[in-house]
Design a protein around this ligand. Sequence first.
Ligand SMILES: [Zn+2]
Length: 239
Amino acid sequence: MKLDILAIGAHPDDVELGCGATIAKEVANGKKVGILDLTRGELGTRGTAETRKTEAADAAEILGVSVRENLGFADAFFVNDKSHQLEIIKILRKYQPEIVLCNAIDDRHIDHGKGSKLVSDACFLSGLIKIETALEDGVLQNQWRPKHVYHYIQWKNLEPDFVVDVSGFIEKKMDAVLAYKTQFYDATSKAPETPISSKNFTDSIIYRARDLGRLIGVEHAEGFNVERYAAVSSLFDLK
Ligand SMILES: [Zn+2]
């Protein structure tokens, strides 16, 4: 199956938090989108790898993505080395996405910046013909390099290089985020509090999207960073 967009996150819920509305909008536009989680989020303070798996499947269904995979890397301890890069390269060559979305270049959780660089490096290496990979069937895969790698902004208020107007899709994003019932604000929960379990954090997902939207004259927006200049064919391409 070929994908238009592959959204990759270090933990199940990163993609929903960072670019859930953009994904919902592109799916509504008829694009084929997939999600790849690098870890199972097994070191998360609240919930377990099992609850997170169920929640991730629910969120994927809400967003309407075509496929969701998990590489099972070690939460918090995965590294950017050859074996991890090769696992991601296999997925890139399998789905041949035009665009890859990945974690913020710099963020509070160490896996985000680390995962960001790992995915970015794998996207480059995946285009090298002499790196041979195969899936379980043993058939060699063709090289594939995505045209673009964009980093969604998540926890830190990084200055975006461009923003996507996601007006009309914030509700779907919130439904997908809140599918992670163990992770976010729940007044009845007895689980330990975390930086993302406060009501302010849940509210911030919406008020930050509203603020980005305000700055470009629409209701809601999500911000991204690029690794090279964002280019347009015409001045009139900008919204
Ligand atoms: Zn995360």
